[in-house]
Design a protein around this ligand. Structure first.
Ligand SMILES: CC(=O)N[C@H]1[C@@H](OP(=O)(O)OP(=O)(O)OC[C@H]2O[C@@H](n3ccc(=O)[nH]c3=O)[C@H](O)[C@@H]2O)O[C@H](CO)[C@@H](O)[C@@H]1O
Ligand SMILES: C=C(OP(=O)(O)O)C(=O)O
Length: 420
């Protein structure tokens, strides 16, 4: 497996172009399964999770073609297979997002249960319960969710027990082709939900309330997409901003959307960063060590769990002591022991990390355990006093488009060590 070698000491400086959002592109590409016409998607980040999605859509009978590096055409007019196999689902949990569209379009879906992963158990009960309320007959057999419905799904009122991003997305896609009105209460409000809703609306869906906790979807009998451009990646943006802050650098993120990052920008300002924003750019300048900032992750618009690990690294080197509370996933502190090996002072108590700032970190050979944990270790490497090797970076390749190239462009000393 590939690894990164990072030699710290260079403050990041310059411009970086932000890619399309992985977590918006995944449901949006799956939504092509609902369309009887081919759709051209742009601003699609060609990273590993997207390549997995393309493979999965191909296995279901959709035709896919890259028109350029970030433009993908999907033609699902004649899909004929309803099974998402374990081999693909196990490499990408978001494969569960084919469940709603396949069931709505074909009346039948078989999707391997994704299983647990590094950051938590991550069950999909809310996806299943919601579809059952819409009239689906769902069983679990031999590790597969088997969902069937004769005729169209029926509109229903669904109160989600917990806020679930992909759960809301799956149900919204299914409801778009259902017979009648579906109301999803306690819906997720993440910007990626709004982007998916806008994509579905461009296909002819009738959806209101995206971005609030109540979604209303009036089902239509057919959807016909044409083109859609994916929103910028707010988590990639946040990751570069934190990397600039930790290295006491000065960078500008281009092709991004500051309105999707309010909680993150507020915390960076609290840490002492000078932030300026325009319609599609964010500039950050940091002229001294960060001040420690308390973090509590929660559903949007609160602080995103996908930025927790990166802020942990910032706090590790900050002036003062910070408390980092993770409320979304039960096991999202896997970066902590690795940061400790580099000299971090972190005490864990359940879902709370107490981080006492230290002046320097030492480089070490560390192991990337999940996507954002990997990013936090790369950031730590950018300031460590000796070289750092981050192993198992396939996680980072799942979710960041050429992170090393973008960091090199900002002056970082990072190289990929290719596996034999
Ligand atoms: C591809 C994608 O968009 N991934 C994001 C999505 O993941 P994902 O959509 O998988 O995360 P959820 O919002 O569903 O999970 C939130 C919490 O609800 C729980 N839960 C969820 C569904 C369910 O049926 N039952 C249940 O108990 C989960 O275990 C977790 O504790 O939102 C997370 C929370 O912002 C982000 O960290 C992920 O990057
Ligand atoms: C946890 C993440 O992704 P996924 O839901 O695909 O595992 C993430 O993007 O940080």
């Amino acid at each position: 497996m590939d690894a990164f070698k990072v030699i710290g000491g260079n403050p990041l400086r310059g411009d970086v172009v932000i890619s399309g959002a992985k977590n918006a592109a995944l449901p949006i590409l799956m939504s092509a399964l609902l369309s009887k016409t081919p759709i051209v998607f742009s601003n699609v980040p060609k990273l590993n999770d997207i390549l997995t999605t393309v493979k999965l859509l191909g296995q279901l009978g959709a035709k896919t073609q890259w028109l350029s590096d970030n433009q993908l055409m999907i033609d699902a007019s004649s899909i004929d297979i309803c099974r998402a196999p374990y081999d693909l689902v196990k490499t990408m949990r978001a494969s569960i997002l084919v469940l709603g569209p396949l069931l709505a379009r074909m009346g039948h879906a078989e999707v391997s249960l994704p299983g647990g992963c590094a950051i938590g158990a991550r069950p999909v009960n809310l996806h299943i319960e919601g579809l059952k309320l819409m009239g689906a007959d769902i069983t679990v057999e031999d590790g597969y969710i088997i969902a069937k419905k004769e005729g169209r799904l029926s509109g229903a009122t669904i109160l989600m027990d917990m806020v679930s991003v992909t759960g809301t997305e799956n149900l919204m896609m299914a409801a778009a082709l259902a017979d009648g009105i579906t109301i999803i209460e306690n819906a997720a409000r993440e910007p990626e939900i709004v982007d998916l809703a806008e994509c579905l609306i461009s296909m002819g869906a009738k959806i209101t309330g995206a971005g609030t906790n109540t979604l209303t979807i009036e089902g239509v009998s057919e959807l016909n997409g044409k083109e859609y451009s994916v929103m910028p990646d707010r988590i990639e943006t946040g990751t570069f901003l934190v990397a600039a802050a930790v290295t006491q650098g000065h960078i500008k993120c281009l092709n991004t959307d500051p309105t999707a990052l309010e909680a993150v920008l507020a915390k960076l300002k609290e840490a002492g960063a000078l932030i300026t924003t325009g319609e599609d750019w964010i500039e950050i300048e940091m002229t001294g060590p960060a001040k420690a900032v308390n973090i509590r992750t929660a559903p949007h618009p609160a602080f995103p769990t996908d930025m927790q690990a990166q802020f942990m690294t910032m706090n590790v080197l900050a002036e003062g002591t910070a408390t980092v509370i993770e409320t979304i996933f039960e096991n999202r502190f896997m970066h902590v022991p690795e940061l400790q090996r580099m000299g971090a002072d972190i005490a864990l108590e359940g879902n709370t990390a107490i981080v006492k700032g230290v002046e320097t970190l030492n480089g070490a050979q560390v192991m990337a355990t999940d996507l954002r944990a990997s990013a936090s270790l790369v950031i730590a490497g950018l300031v460590a006093k000796s070289p750092t090797q981050v192993d198992r970076i396939y996680h980072i390749d799942r979710g960041y488009l050429c992170i090393e190239g973008k960091l090199q462009g900002l002056g970082a000393n990072i190289t990929r060590i290719k596996a034999d």
